[in-house]
Structure formats: structure tokens, C-alpha cells
Write a protein that binds this ligand. Structure first.
Ligand SMILES: Nc1ncnc2c1ncn2[C@@H]1O[C@H](COP(=O)(O)OP(=O)(O)OP(=O)(O)O)[C@@H](O)[C@H]1O
Length: 257
């Protein structure tokens, strides 16, 4: 059996809203091997962001067991989180944004310079180092957000709808780019998306969630993820169509309930 890097067992999360209990996640089981790319897909409100916030160490109010490399989520450290709006500080340059996390971790200036230069070079961003986020395209901003995560040398990369504000072509370019980075780093990655094609293109393991409360309804092993020229292939379209019908079935059931 593969070494399970991320292991979630019977995870439930409740929120309190106006004195009422809102169950956001119920009995979620999920595991990811070291170096695997997992994708979560599901309808709005099924608890995807709640799940990511638990994994990122931002929400400790849960029941069940959550282990990342054998330890409960702590935030910072070995886990990097990339959000939908990229989270870049508009008043700082690309360089300043990228080194921020290293400065917060009190790395020495020589080490910061060396690490940041290497990552910016690798991601093709070095020539943009002095620009501000507003002077970048959406795709470039997303690459800066990825650079900012990679300089911290995380062991787990969490991404919450990271490409949703990009146009379709840029989105595909960044998906290709993420695969290239993954080939080099073999970083364990869990990505949330609403986009079925993105899930099939990137996810070696795809978790389909349903809502009310959020559960994992289906787990799909997707061996074709990451293969070249995948998007036009029949198997790719078939897998997209399978997931689409599955998600629609869930929606229809929910509407009829
Ligand atoms: N702070 C909160 N207080 C009360 N209820 C909350 C809170 N945050 C989330 N919820 C509820 O928990 C459920 C899951 O929310 P969550 O944001 O995790 O879903 P999601 O799948 O990420 O949604 P989306 O795809 O729309 O971003 C929803 O029913 C939501 O209304």
C-alpha cells in the first residue's frame, strides 16, 4: 500500500449561525499518498473551503482525525495555501511578495536572496521582480502566488479555486505550468475546483463532494491525469462527462429532496 501522506478519517465540522448549528462537513474520509495530486470538486456550499481551512490549520474546531505526515494540521510550516484572489499584497513588488514568508520565518538575508532568485528564475518571473501586482496579468499574478508558496519549500500544497478568475486560455496555461512544477517537485497537492475539465486534467485522485452536509460521495482514481495532449482525447472527455452526470445527479437529488 502507498504511504498515506494526508489522512482524514470521520471529519465533521459544525458552525454556529444565529444560535443554530450548521453542519458543514460530515464523516469525511480522504487520503492522499505522498507526492500525489488530489482534486476536490463539488457544488457551492458543500464544504470545500471548510475542509481546506482545517488542513491549513486555520480551523481547529472539528471532530475526527486529520493527519498530515502523521501530525495534526498546524498551519505554516510544511503546508502552503494558495487562494482564489492570489493573496498578493498590492503595495509590495513581486520580489517583496515572494520573500515575505521567508522574512516572517526569520531566514537570513543571504539565504532569502538565493532561494527567491532560484524560484523566480525557475518560474520565469525574474524579469518581473520589480513590478507591482497591478502591473501583471492574471496568469503572472498566479505564478507569483505559486512562487511565494514554493520558496517556503512546503511538503503539502493546498489550493482553493486558484485559477477561477483567469480566462480559459490562461487557465489552461497555468494548469500546464502547475504540472511542470509538480514533475520537478513531486509536491503532495490538494486542489479545489468547480471546473470539471481542470479536475480531470490535474487530479490523479478526484473526490466528488455533495452538500447538505458536505460529504465525499465518490472517489475516482484518474490514471490519465498529467498525460500529454490529454484535453482532446476521448477518454478525457468521457471522464469529464462521467463526473458531470454524477454532479448533476446529485444536484437533481438535492432539488427533489
Ligand atoms: N462562518 C460560518 N458560519 C456559519 N456557516 C458557515 C460558515 N462558513 C461556512 N458556513 C456554511 O458551511 C457550509 C460549507 O461552506 P464552505 O464555504 O466550506 O463551502 P464551499 O464548498 O467552499 O462553497 P463555495 O464553493 O461556494 O465556495 C455552507 O453551508 C456555508 O453556508
Amino acid at each position: 500500500m502507498k504511504d498515506s501522506y494526508l489522512s482524514i478519517r470521520s471529519l465533521s465540522v459544525d458552525y454556529q449561525h444565529k444560535g443554530e448549528r450548521v453542519r458543514a462537513l460530515e464523516s469525511v474520509d480522504l487520503s492522499l499518498a505522498r507526492g500525489q495530486r488530489g482534486v476536490i470538486i463539488g457544488p457551492s456550499g458543500c464544504g470545500k473551503s471548510t475542509l481546506i481551512s482545517v488542513l491549513a490549520g486555520l480551523n481547529a474546531h472539528y471532530s475526527g482525525q486529520v493527519l498530515i505526515d502523521g501530525n495534526p494540521p498546524q498551519g505554516g510550516g510544511d503546508t502552503a495555501l494558495i487562494l482564489q484572489d492570489f493573496g498578493l499584497l498590492p503595495w509590495k513588488t513581486v520580489w517583496e511578495n515572494v520573500i515575505l514568508g521567508l522574512q516572517l520565518r526569520k531566514k537570513n538575508p543571504g539565504q532569502i536572496k538565493k532561494t527567491a532568485e532560484a524560484v523566480l528564475e525557475k518560474l520565469g518571473l525574474f524579469s518581473l521582480a520589480k513590478r507591482y501586482p497591478a502591473q501583471l496579468s492574471g496568469g503572472q499574478r498566479q505564478r507569483v502566488a505559486i512562487a511565494r508558496a514554493l520558496v517556503l519549500e512546503p511538503k503539502l500544497l493546498l489550493m482553493d479555486e486558484p485559477f477561477s478568475s483567469l480566462d480559459a486560455l490562461t487557465r489552461e496555461e497555468i494548469q500546464d505550468f502547475l504540472l511542470e512544477i509538480w514533475e520537478e517537485t513531486r509536491l503532495s497537492t490538494l486542489l479545489i475546483t468547480h471546473n470539471i475539465e481542470e479536475a480531470v486534467f490535474l487530479g490523479q485522485k478526484i473526490f466528488v463532494m455533495s452538500s447538505g452536509p458536505g460529504r465525499i460521495q465518490e472517489e475516482v482514481e484518474n490514471t490519465m491525469a498529467g498525460e500529454g495532449h490529454l484535453r482532446g482525447r476521448v477518454q478525457f472527455l468521457e471522464m469529464c462527462s462521467y463526473l458531470r452526470s454524477f454532479l448533476h445527479r446529485r444536484e437533481n437529488n438535492a432539488a427533489g429532496a
